[in-house]
Design a protein around this ligand. Sequence first.
Ligand SMILES: *[C@@H]1O[C@H](CO)[C@@H](O)[C@H](O)[C@H]1NC(C)=O
Ligand SMILES: *[C@@H]1O[C@H](CO)[C@@H](O)[C@H](O)[C@H]1NC(C)=O
Ligand SMILES: *[C@@H]1O[C@H](CO)[C@@H](O)[C@H](O)[C@H]1NC(C)=O
Length: 521
Amino acid sequence: MRQQSRSLSNSNRGGAMAAAIVLLLPLLFPSLFTPFSHALPSALSEWNTPKPMHSRLLKSALQRENSDEQQADLWMPLPRQQWKTCAQHSLTSTELSEKSQGYIQVFLDGGLNQQRMGICDAVAVAKILNATLIVPYLEVNPVWQDSSTFMDIFDVDHFLDTLKDDISIVRELPDEYFWSTREYYATAIRATRVKTAPVHASANWYLENVLPLLQSYGIAAIAPFSHRLDFDNMPADIQRLRCKVNFHALVFVPHIRALGDALVSRLRYPPGPSEAAGTNYIREFTNPKYKYKYKQEAGKFVVLHLRFDKDMAAHSACDFGGGKAEKMALAKYRQVIWQGRVLNSQFTDEELRSQGRCPLTPEEIGLLLAALGFDNTTRLYLASHKVYGGEARISTLRSLFPLMEDKKTLASSEERAQIKGKASLLAAVDYYVSMHSDIFISASPGNMHNAMVGHRTYHNMKTIRPNMALLGQLFLNKSLTWPEFQEAVIQGHISRQGQLRLRKSEQSIYTYPAPDCMCKV
Ligand SMILES: *[C@@H]1O[C@H](CO)[C@@H](O)[C@H](O)[C@H]1NC(C)=O
Ligand SMILES: *[C@@H]1O[C@H](CO)[C@@H](O)[C@H](O)[C@H]1NC(C)=O
Ligand SMILES: *[C@@H]1O[C@H](CO)[C@@H](O)[C@H](O)[C@H]1NC(C)=O
């Protein structure tokens, strides 16, 4: 089932990254790992309602009182840095090459954030080859089943307009190449398909292997294309261009931006406490008089990206406090999906935790936020897909942060009609709200986390990166008091708030945009 659904992709990856990749596989290719979760009857109880795992800390956290001074520090924007955005300006002053070498077509799998990087790399590859890019084709993810196209998600006019001086891009296949479709490539070996692009291929690889195809056939279709362009040894103008696409050319379609703006404004200007009860909350927001009624100062909010689904829980092989039933359910899942070949299951829970290899549960991310000083008046927007353990796990987090919102609590079902059931559009709204928050934090490493770290760094916005190893060790120590825990957490996160870090070799330009895409002030 998984093989079929991935007819155009290929996850062969080699070299030194192997170990890291194994750990990240479910994040990079979630499509590989979730085929069965929907099939399970929801009534099947596979956990004894997960109880808080750190009840002593939790009890103290619920009674926490934080100083105003601490609050002020927490919400203070990052100081100005020595770097500013500059990817909007292309490095080359040369005219766009008149003669196109042919057409480049790419088919992108993965979730929204992985596809986003693929789009940026596709523009770069077309530029390297002086080819014309066909607006990238987004594969339907077998799990999320969202058939939204590029144009359903991104503002294609803005995309073309922003890049018009850099590269030639067309919306559709020209008539003479009408045959060059996904179906055509999925059904047989074809001369115009490039199937063997290595992970992190060089610019020369494309010149040597793809240019001849363009010269012979006028078109080349590259699939798989995820992670197929090197981050190192690239011409400076190509690096700039990749960032220009990511940070300037890719904006969401107007209806996503409008819904995102509505959510952001409701987070910043909540109705008073008397109106906030039950369904009136939404009615109040959608009341046209609303905006005249509440003219208070803009409030601040945190976006918490919480990915804690069954794949991730099972693959990590950690213990999440759901008792024997949960342990067995996760072990069974590992057996079915990976035939038990999960590296982490060789280690004990204690070993995994002390190495920071266990995703944070909603309870743990709540304790982290509380220790950092966020009090119970903090507005938290939950950017989340689905939480394994459901409301039982979320409720612990909500007890610490009663003002927790998400798309459903902030917008009416009419307002959400256009994005309903569409995973990429839902993710796009979360991306938009995340980019407009005062602070962003993610409970697990992965594509969304990396995308936000990069995009927010580019605009010098605060992003807290949980110190997983430290937290793992702290949570293991059952004799730690709340003040000790809090002190250790604060110390361990001083330099993890979004301060700019320069890209090192092999790191992604989309996660570390400086120095390639930023300029010294
Ligand atoms: C918030 O915390 C304070 C101090 O611990 C407490 O007095 C108050 O009742 C809490 N408010 C809510 C809504 O939980
Ligand atoms: C692309 O165009 C540039 C500028 O016109 C030229 O220097 C370069 O050799 C061209 N490359 C290819 C592969 O056509
Ligand atoms: C747990 O924390 C306490 C208090 O900081 C410390 O004295 C103790 O050594 C820690 N135990 C372990 C096993 O790290």
